[in-house]
Design a protein around this ligand. Structure first.
Ligand SMILES: [Zn+2]
Length: 146
């Protein structure tokens, strides 16, 4: 007898999770706080990475300016490649920062967890793996194909 009671109590407590068929993902204040903290921590990490990448670029630029006189072609060529890689790294870090900032904005606006493009709720598993995701998997793959 008591076991059925327990079961009922358990299903009641998990019903909020299974109500994922609702149009909008409803997050508890606790979940929002958790996600916000995770996103803010990520943003700080990215800012550090970005600062490092930018430092690397300006360091390379300095080197280039100081020893470009009488530099041999091969050496300056490989330095250019290195610098381009550093710049594209910095750009991709900046893109990720923008992405995280956007996710934070959507969190404040209460739109977090729905696709920016089509409005479909983004699966919780995807958000757990990519808290900064603002597009569903379908729209994301469309965007990447551009
Ligand atoms: Zn979508």
């Amino acid at each position: 007898m008591t076991s059925t009671k327990k079961k009922a109590a358990k299903s009641a407590s998990t019903s909020s999770e299974t109500a994922g068929t609702a149009k909008k993902a409803v997050l508890s204040a606790e979940e929002i706080t958790e996600i916000r903290e995770a996103l803010q921590a990520r943003l700080l990490e990215l800012r550090d990475e970005y600062a490092e990448a930018v430092d690397g670029i300006s360091e390379m630029q300095k080197e280039r300016l100081s020893d470009s006189a009488g530099d041999d072609q091969v050496d300056s060529g490989s330095k250019t490649v290195e610098r381009e890689q550093e710049i594209s790294l910095a750009n991709s870090i900046r893109d990720r920062m923008i992405q995280v900032e956007r996710a934070l904005e959507r969190l404040e606006e209460g739109d977090y967890g729905t696709c920016e493009r089509c409005g479909t709720p983004i699966p919780a598993a995807r958000l757990a793996a990519f808290p900064s995701a603002t597009l569903c998997v379908n729209c994301k793959s469309l965007e990447e194909r551009r």
